[in-house]
Design a protein around this ligand. Sequence first.
Ligand code: DC
Length: 220
Amino acid sequence: MAFMVITIDGPAGAGKGTLASRLAQIYHLKYLDTGLLYRAVAFKVSQLRKPFKKQDVVSAASSLTLKDLKNPSLREEQIGNLASEVSIYPEVRRCLLDFQRNFVQKDLSKSQGAVLDGRDIGLIVLPEAPCKIFVTASPEVRAERRLKQLHQKGIDCIYEVILEDIKLRDARDRNREISPLRPADDAFILDTSELGIEEVIEKACFFVDSKYPQAKKKAE
Ligand code: DC
């Protein structure tokens, strides 16, 4: 059985993380949320003087370790927005490209494969991956889901503000010069606007099984 490589790309709040972690459990894969890498760089920069310089961002990216990804503050909304800003620097993307490819190559015998989620995984980071999924949903649905998550955490938020944030982040991620958010030609497009999580998992597994018919699966 070939080492499985699954890439999951899509805009903020489309449900990439939930899908990736479920696929990791089902197929016994190691999982890297690559958004956390950009968030960790953003967090390091946020601790420095303001306004930060490009060199600050590059040195934060080149000194990144897996330990930096464990910081719970990385999930905060303003760190996500700053991550989108720092991700436009080509030098930062180059450092993180090596980090992501090394992650896949490490400890090959410990799992059946790897799943990575982000914005440019199928197109730039792992273009040879046989199994690419592009998860999407309307900005309104993504804003609703985000609002619900924040309310569950006891954080008060306004729908219109979240929607505006999502649209701004989409525009920045889609229109940047280097590695813009875009599906690879051979990606399976999975629109989750009208689907519940179990339907999303079912459709994704159907696609994964078509690419890796020999894969061993955990009973769902
Ligand atoms: O997936 P996320 O919301 O945690 O990502 C935060 C930001 O990081 C996102 O707006 C753009 C950037 N990012 C990127 O440029 N490339 C990736 N592979 C992952 C994230």
